[in-house]
Design a protein around this ligand. Structure first.
Ligand SMILES: *[C@@H]1O[C@H](CO)[C@@H](O)[C@H](O)[C@H]1NC(C)=O
Ligand SMILES: *[C@@H]1O[C@H](CO)[C@@H](O)[C@H](O)[C@H]1NC(C)=O
Ligand SMILES: *[C@@H]1O[C@H](CO)[C@@H](O)[C@H](O)[C@H]1NC(C)=O
Ligand SMILES: *[C@@H]1O[C@H](CO)[C@@H](O)[C@H](O)[C@H]1NC(C)=O
Ligand SMILES: *[C@@H]1O[C@H](CO)[C@@H](O)[C@H](O)[C@H]1NC(C)=O
Ligand SMILES: *[C@@H]1O[C@H](CO)[C@@H](O)[C@H](O)[C@H]1NC(C)=O
Ligand SMILES: *[C@@H]1O[C@H](CO)[C@@H](O)[C@H](O)[C@H]1NC(C)=O
Ligand SMILES: *[C@@H]1O[C@H](CO)[C@@H](O)[C@H](O)[C@H]1NC(C)=O
Length: 388
């Protein structure tokens, strides 16, 4: 594998293509090249390892929501044990790339850990106190040196929560514009994370408010399948799927048809894959029968292995996939252009993920469809230090 690092690869693709663009004078728009960077208390990734020259925007995850029971108010906070980390983050990534913008994300992707406070905030009982949430978010962003705010809560579940979300974004935008005038600083960015389609069961995200108020939307175009929900090896982040609506192209079209501007959709790229255990190594196509997340007994390859596959739902970062491919001398991953995905088989272990080829196709798709750019989930899943 010539390129070990997807972000570096993307950088060169975009250089190449922006030169092509220049020569054919298509437009002057700069692509948003963003990445989430999630702070993990148990296993803190090294901020120094972020090559921030590869990005235009880095999104720090996640600020917390703190509920003050004596006042019934909800505040955005950075806990004491993250304080140093957040300061270092902004200092270090901006020193390496002075034009980089950083965004503080509120919420998260672990529904069970964030749901209670988010649902409280969005509930009719506490929603009237939203101005404390909004004001504290702006104060925190400014005091730590962020250039914007991101709302990462993709699970609104009732029409009430959706209409509250619309109002929240309206109020947030007004407050951000006002603050910018008051302190005479560039306006903070306001972004949000959304599902791959605008629909949530029979509800829809509040498109009109999102269109008016957001700078852009991070489309979480992944996790269509995982070994916890199906035993068949599956296209986990397919760009296309001839047999199902669970694919990125379908979702992007749905956002655009619903009235959300394509240039404000930023395509999520998963820097990870999912691992299945096959029933038989001989049947290793996409859709092959498996027996669950893999491997449980660490029996793949030739030697006993205890340090990999610690995840219970079978998720594996790009770094770890590449490490295992090298370790077990696996063949190159196969590319399937029907779905736009890669997969690799190591004994009974089957890994579906986006390798270089799938990533290249998705980035050219983003350009062809005039999307705003791409956002990696997540930056620390792709550095090549593990390969040494
Ligand atoms: C694997 O990929 C490398 C780099 O793209 C290429 O040079 C090599 O020929 C490939 N090997 C096989 C067996 O396809
Ligand atoms: C693109 O940039 C060039 C040079 O800066 C400028 O003359 C032109 O008007 C711009 N085009 C658009 C569509 O913004
Ligand atoms: C960071 O990315 C640049 C491309 O912008 C690349 O030239 C450089 O080698 C990368 N640095 C590291 C340490 O990977
Ligand atoms: C909650 O609000 C009260 C009244 O403003 C304040 O005294 C108290 O310190 C707050 N508690 C927390 C945990 O922030
Ligand atoms: C999600 O949050 C719950 C509740 O805090 C926690 O038990 C669980 O381990 C978290 N899951 C992940 C994948 O971090
Ligand atoms: C992709 O995989 C599916 C399922 O195995 C197969 O039907 C299809 O032909 C493959 N596409 C290509 C281009 O090989
Ligand atoms: C996958 O297969 C295993 C073994 O047959 C079974 O225990 C498990 O429930 C299946 N999982 C799903 C999601 O169907
Ligand atoms: C690599 O591919 C060759 C040819 O398809 C196959 O015979 C071999 O078993 C594969 N090796 C591994 C480790 O999967």
């Amino acid at each position: 594998m010539a390129f070990k690092d997807i972000a570096i690869l993307l950088f060169f693709i975009t250089i190449l293509q922006s030169q092509l663009h220049k020569s054919i004078a298509l437009d002057n728009k700069t692509l948003i090249k963003a990445g989430y960077w999630r702070y993990d208390t148990l296993n803190p990734p090294n901020i120094q390892s972020i090559n921030s020259t590869l990005y235009t925007h880095l999104i720090y995850g996640f600020a917390e929501l703190t509920f003050n029971t004596s006042t019934d108010q909800m505040f955005v906070t950075i806990s004491d044990d993250h304080d140093e980390q957040v300061k270092n983050f902004n200092r270090i990534v901006k020193r390496k790339n002075p034009s980089l913008k950083t965004i503080l994300s509120i919420g998260g992707t672990n529904q069970s850990s964030i749901s209670s406070t988010m649902y409280l905030l969005m509930s009719n009982a506490y929603f009237p106190g939203r101005k404390y949430f909004i004001e504290s978010s702006i104060t925190i962003a400014r005091s730590y040196g962020f250039d914007g705010l991101d709302f990462c809560w993709i699970w609104p579940s009732s029409s009430q929560e959706i209409s509250n979300l619309a109002t929240l974004l309206d109020d947030w935008r007004v407050a951000i514009d006002l603050e910018s005038k008051q302190v005479k600083k560039p306006r903070l960015l306001l972004t949000m994370a959304g599902k791959y389609t605008p629909w949530i069961e029979d509800l829809s995200f509040p498109i009109e408010s999102m269109r008016k108020n957001l700078d852009w939307l991070h489309v979480f175009a992944f996790d269509y399948y995982d070994p916890g929900t199906t035993n068949n090896t599956s296209p986990v982040a397919a760009l296309y799927d001839p047999n199902s609506d669970l694919n990125t192209d379908y979702g992007i079209n749905a956002w655009i048809k619903s009235g959300f501007p394509s240039q404000n959709l930023v395509l999520g790229l998963p820097f990870y894959g999912y691992v299945w255990t096959l029933l038989s190594p001989k049947n290793n196509q996409i859709g092959a029968m498996g027996t669950g997340p893999g491997p449980k007994d660490y029996s793949y390859g030739t030697e006993a292995e205890t340090e990999v596959f610690t995840s219970t739902n079978g998720m594996l970062s790009f770094n770890d996939i590449k490490r295992d491919m090298i370790k077990y001398r696996a063949n190159n991953s196969s590319y399937n252009s029907t779905y736009v995905m890669n997969y690799v088989t190591i004994g009974k272990t089957w890994i579906g993920f986006d390798d270089v080829k799938a990533v290249i196709s998705k980035v050219s798709y983003a350009k062809k469809r005039n999307l705003g750019g791409y956002v990696a989930w997540q930056v620390s899943y792709d550095w090549n230090s593990v390969l040494s």
